[in-house]
Write a protein that binds this ligand. Structure first.
Ligand code: HEM
Length: 341
């Protein structure tokens, strides 16, 4: 026997169904969603403040945490998107991204652990490691150079991390190679030129520039694009014997920018006059002067520090959106160094 439902009851049922469906969709995130500013406003309102407090406390003891956190975010986002995959520890037979050569010089991963522990205490299982890395980089840029921006959050953590997948551009890449690598993740020449501006901060290992100082591509005894004064200084600081196949000069470092008014841990536009004067330490940085477009952007940033800060913020937000997992994709790791299962 067919059940006869009055028309007004049917409409009511449909309406209730719609409300229930809406409630369900609010409780369970859709498989794919978008990042949004203040994503944790209800689920973990203090998340951003907690991360900032952890970064600030560490920076008060050691300001070198600031460049380290900015670089960590780039290395996370470039491989498989900003999904915290760079944080995963290797397991026997499974070398994780950390083991790949460009990642061996990453520092301060324990700051992410500290921030995660503090956030877990406030709201267990809610805030992803990928978001903590992105927030910590944002805070580092603010503390290092008054670069401030609202950061969309809601990233989920990835469930794959493999050293074999690490395809970060080499420090001796040509401009065209670096740009093509950036384009492959949706960033362009403005982003490349702007984000490399953070190479005004921190240090680099002598092993990465020995070819520029002593045997440039087997064609010249040194890189002819390097300023003679800088060449002399770098040859003194990185003498030929510091790099051996055994040590790869893991412990001998030089500042990335010798003319940095804010010091090695401040973020400003001083990288650009150095590049334009042939005084970049890394080859990839000097390469900016070889491209007309990048040169023009560099000249503009050299004379307009405010423009650099604004664009740096925009490019960091763009970097932070690369191939993110959202909604029900991936997971929210409980320990940033291990997958949940
Ligand atoms: C073509 C792309 C890039 C290459 C080849 C490159 C290469 C390098 C190298 C070789 C170092 C020195 C590492 C060491 O010896 O310890 C370094 C440091 C650094 N990089 Fe990059 N980088 C690139 C892009 C970026 C981007 C996009 C950012 C920021 C979003 C960034 C931020 C930094 C920072 C802040 C440091 C200093 C790190 C520290 O002091 O621990 N880099 N980079």
């Amino acid at each position: 026997m067919a059940l006869k439902v009055p028309r007004h009851s049917l409409l009511l049922l449909l309406a209730v169904g719609a409300v229930q469906a809406a409630a369900a969709s609010a409780a369970v995130p859709p498989p794919q969603a978008q990042l949004q500013v203040s994503f944790y406003a209800r689920s973990c309102p203090r998340a951003e403040a907690i991360v900032r407090r952890v970064v600030r406390r560490r920076a008060a003891r050691d300001r070198s945490v600031l460049p380290a956190l900015i670089r960590l975010h780039f290395h996370d986002c470039f491989v498989r998107g900003c999904d915290g995959s760079v944080l995963i520890d290797s397991t026997p037979g499974h070398p994780a991204e950390k083991e790949a050569p460009p990642n061996l010089t990453l520092r301060m991963l324990d700051v992410v652990d500290d921030a995660k522990a503090a956030v877990e205490e406030a709201c267990p299982g809610v805030v992803s490691c990928a978001d903590i890395v992105a927030l910590a980089a944002r805070d580092a840029a603010a503390m290092a150079g008054r670069v401030r921006y609202e950061l969309p959050t809601g990233r989920r953590d990835g469930t794959v991390s493999s050293a074999a997948e690490v395809n970060l551009p080499s420090p001796s890449a040509s401009f065209a190679e670096a740009l093509s690598a950036f384009r492959s993740i949706g960033l362009g020449v403005v982003d490349l030129t702007t984000l490399l501006g953070s190479h005004t901060m921190g240090f680099c290992h002598c092993g990465l520039i020995m070819n520029r100082l002593y045997n440039y591509n087997s064609t010249s005894p040194f890189d002819p694009t390097m300023d003679a004064g800088l060449l002399a200084v770098l040859r003194r600081r990185c003498p030929p014997h510091v790099v051996t196949p055994q040590n790869q000069s893991r412990d001998v470092i030089v500042p990335m920018n010798f003319v940095a008014p804010l010091g090695p841990f401040g973020l400003d536009n001083s990288f650009y006059p150095s590049v334009l004067a042939g005084r970049a330490v890394l080859q990839i940085d000097q390469e900016l002067a070889s491209s007309g477009a990048a040169r023009r952007i560099a000249a503009m940033f050299a004379s307009r520090p405010g423009n650099f800060r604004v664009q740096f913020a925009k490019s960091m937000v763009k970097l932070g959106g690369v191939n993110v997992l959202t909604g029900r994709q991936g997971e929210v790791r409980l320990n940033c160094r291990r997958f949940n299962s």
